[in-house]
Ligand binder design. Sequence first.
Ligand code: GRF
Length: 184
Amino acid sequence: MTIAVLISGRGGNLRAILESSVGELVSAVISDNPKAAGLQTALEHDKAAYSLSPADFDKHSDWENKLGELLEAVQPRIIALAGFMRILRADWVSRFADRMVNIHPSLLPAFPGLNTHRRALAAGVKEHGCTIYRVCEKVDGGEIIAQKKVPVLADDTPKTLAVRVSAAEHALYPAVLAELISKV
Ligand code: GRF
C-alpha cells in the first residue's frame, strides 16, 4: 500500500506529505526535472528519488514509456502528482488513471491551467483555493475529490495569495491521501 509522488520543482506539497502520517507510505519520488529541489527533500526523508528527464530521450513517448516502466516496478497504490508540470498523453494516462490524483491551485472548474492566482485576482473572486482531482485525459478536468477554500483579501497580490493557497494545499493533500489509502 504505497504512494509514488511525481514532482517537477520545489516540492512543498511533497514535504507536507512526507511530514504527515502518510509520509511513511511514500515509496518513491520521481521528478522530470533533475534540478527539482524536491529530489533532495526526498533523500532527506530516506526515500528513493528518481530523476527522469525528457531531455535524455529522443522521443516524448520513449520518456513516457520509461516513466510507465518505473511506476510498474514501484507498483504504488496511489500516484500523487504534486507540482508535476508535464502533460501526459491520453493513452498513458488511461494506464494509471484508476490510481492517479493531482493537486491544482484553484477551485476547479474555475481557473484550470497556469497563473491561477493572477487570474483569480483579475476576476475579482472573493474565494480561491485548491483542488485535488482524479487525473483523466482532460487537463485539470478530472473528477473532483476535495477542495479547500481560502479568502481573497483586498490587498492580495499573486504572491500573498499563493502563500495562502500553498498552506491550504499542504493541509489538504496529506489528508486526502490518508483518506484514499484508508479506502483501498
Ligand atoms: C502547487 O501549487 C500545485 O497545486 C501545482 O503546482 C504547485 C507545486 O508546488 N500543481 P510545490 O512544488 O508542491 O511546492
